[in-house]
Design a protein around this ligand. Sequence first.
Ligand code: ARG
Length: 572
Amino acid sequence: MTVHELLSARVAEALAAAGAPDAPPVVQPSSKPEFGDYQANGVMGAAKALKTNPRELAAKVVAALQLDGIADKVEIAGPGFINITLSSGFLADTVARQQADVRLGCGARQPAKVVIDYSSPNLAKEMHVGHLRSTIIGDALARVLTFRGDQVIRQNHVGDWGTQFGMLTAFLVETEQAGNDELALDDLEGFYRAAKQRFDEDAAFADLARDYVVKLQGGDVRVRALWQRFLEVSLAHCEAVYDRLNVQLTRDDVMGESAYNDDLPRVVADLKAKGLVTEDQGAQVVYLEEFRSKEGEAQAYIVQKQDGGYLYSTSDLAALRHRFGTLHANRLLYVVDARQGLHFQQVFVLGRKAGYIDDSVATEHVAFGTMMGEDGKPFKTRSGGTVKLVELLDEAERRAFDLVSEKNPDLPEAQRRTIARAVGIGAVKYADLSKHRTSDYIFDWNTMLSFEGNTAPYLQYAYTRMASIFRAAGEFDRHARLLPVEPAEHALALQLAQFPDLLAQVSGETCPHFLCGYLYQLATRFSRFYEACPVLKAEGEVRASRLALCAAAANTLRTGLGLLGIEVLDAM
Ligand code: ARG
């Protein structure tokens, strides 16, 4: 049981003993140290329901509250808040138990089977900043859920299908004939632009491209092979980015739109058989009662175009059916731009109506906002183009290298490069992950690379400080008995004890920024502890306890940053 679960259970029992058996205990970490470590705020609601005086009810609850060995102090405050201060023995035991567990006490009670759809770029072009958020938010969630024991199935739902690929494969044939295809594919962005230009300017080429789409979808061997070659190059580009971002997606996780090709006619036929489809100007359309425009008109969900072609929306229905029906997941996460909100609501509602999923599965659109430039408009290059992710990461490392070289000019260059990689990439990822995912945020190099505040460099630096303590300490017992008696020790141990509850929250609400906030607070509490309580100069069991506390803090910080896919260093 986590600390929060334990306190909630005990307060609930006390409420029952005081005559309010169904009242929710409402336990939460206190907002200020004066209010103890936790507050139980359920008494007010219970008193209202029972039409009794809340202070009197609080007194009864406190009298019945069994917290022996858990809390040192229980106080009633204000209209009936119950403030709980945990005992140092309880904190010591809790932290020790967590540190002895590979999951740091974070194992989920009921592990789920979770599909996480993330990154999912369109392969027609190179990955650009628009893919950054899905890639790193999704990866952090996949790591957190895996760490808690969920069975995570990553699905990289890449855009590898549709009309664009007719154009690209047709253009590949042309460039091949001209003998410079290898070169051309090095720059996918340029390749796409050139193909598009040919398509727009030359009607014969456009016809050829359309013919290729038909051949591609019909399974023509030659066109499929060309398409495959193109995908190979494009996926290799993505993998290079994943590698640099320390993102755990592999080839095995790729399950693109094309994978559902054979299923699409069946999905449409099935929807028709179930009477869900209307024909509208030759297209096959679903109108759902649930979705109406402001004017009251039903919103269309097109599953087949007039020309017989299928759409993004069709493959998402096939994917939904696959994830539930074949993969048997009971939680489906889609880490996709907030602007696709309506699309996913439609997919989920329609999927339920069509029987592709049932009520045993949770479907969640893990929406995120837009990354903005310093001008407050969507992030672009100076000339207004899209920023390639590779270039953004190059710049991050370059800037971090300059910073590190300034701070530590005497380190060998190779080491400065290693540090720059961890700091630069960590900064970009952390800046994104630390914002509430649904808000738009301004991408700002100076803030994200700062060694102060809620940033990756600050946390990475805090870790190196811990590492340097261990170097200076020499051999010591990481599992020595903890004696968190000083206020700063108490605060740090409390923070550590809250890690399992925090990860449960990150998982439940699919919000990595809670983890960032937690780690920042952990680092802050650590530095307060380190200022207030001498470690290496202490003696005997106090020294042993403080070193073990440092070890627990370092372990939790490293684990937490690892769950965000951010590296730590022993020195920087
Ligand atoms: N390829 C799409 C895009 O770039 C994202 C796909 C997200 N996943 C999904 N199942 N629709 O916008």
